[in-house]
Design a protein around this ligand. Structure first.
Ligand SMILES: Nc1ncnc2c1ncn2[C@@H]1O[C@H](COP(=O)(O)OS(=O)(=O)O)[C@@H](OP(=O)(O)O)[C@H]1O
Ligand SMILES: Nc1ncnc2c1ncn2[C@@H]1O[C@H](COP(=O)(O)OP(=O)(O)O)[C@@H](O)[C@H]1O
Length: 203
């Protein structure tokens, strides 16, 4: 976890409370943390869940890997340190969204267990929902929508997750999606059903 560097800064409580914000929205906030290899289906499934929840009248927002790396995190690369900082910042942003009752979806490889666990620790108990989008390396390489695996195999990209950089599988994910065996719509429905069952879609 990053240490606080600045001194003489003080926490201020908001005059509109987190509970009041949630009441206005009609449901709790949470973070749906999709993790998995590049090409596993994180982004596509998260987008489909986002659509389905929006259609149900829920307040959602999706923080997507490639997009965040064009803005907030454009100064970060793919070393272990930069990936940790990437995930830390996303975690802090997601926490703010969840605090005001938004169902926040994130789609990042987030390959290191400790980085994901640090985000879990940032959030109130039960609000971090780790969703492992599980697909074999073979499946991901076959899909290879951006041609990145091909480049990594050719040595044109170094430190590519799954090829010459690690991916640590979740040990206690709330949900595991079988992206080798099932289609996008079915997997998105599994996520919505989980949220419903756990009471995230109401107050
Ligand atoms: N070295 C290396 N390793 C893995 N991925 C790479 C790399 N270089 C570029 N890319 C592209 O960046 C996307 C992953 O970014 P993330 O922010 O999700 O990565 S991480 O969570 O910080 O590990 C990832 O996108 P997704 O396919 O959406 O996962 C890749 O398109
Ligand atoms: N369960 C699935 N079954 C079939 N194709 C999938 C599935 N999940 C994702 N895909 C396809 O695989 C490709 C990569 O998905 P994407 O969501 O970009 O992965 P990620 O965000 O994990 O890198 C896309 O073309 C997507 O349509």
């Amino acid at each position: 976890m990053a240490e606080q560097v600045a001194t003489n800064v003080h926490w201020h409580d908001h005059s509109v409370t987190s509970e009041e914000r949630k009441r206005l929205k009609g449901h709790k906030g949470c973070v749906l943390w999709f993790t998995g290899l590049s090409g596993a289906g994180k982004s596509t499934i998260a987008n489909t869940v986002d659509h389905k929840l929006h259609a149900l009248g829920k307040h959602t927002y999706l923080l997507d890997g490639d997009n965040i790396r064009h803005g907030l995190n454009k100064n970060l690369g793919f070393s272990a340190e930069d990936r940790a900082e990437n995930i830390r910042r996303i975690g802090e942003v997601a926490k703010l969204f969840a605090d005001c009752g938004v169902i926040t979806l994130t789609a990042f490889i987030s390959p290191y267990r400790v980085d994901r666990d640090n985000v879990r620790a940032l959030l109130p108990e039960g609000e971090f929902v780790e969703i492992y989008v599980k697909a074999s390396l073979e499946t991901c390489e076959d899909r290879d929508p951006k041609g990145l695996y091909k480049k990594a195999r050719a040595g044109e990209i170094k430190g590519f997750t799954g090829i010459d950089d690690p991916y640590e599988e979740p040990e206690n994910a709330e949900l595991i999606l079988d992206s080798d065996g099932k289609g996008i719509d079915e997997l998105a429905d599994e996520v919505v059903a989980h949220l419903n069952q756990k009471g995230f879609l109401s107050l």
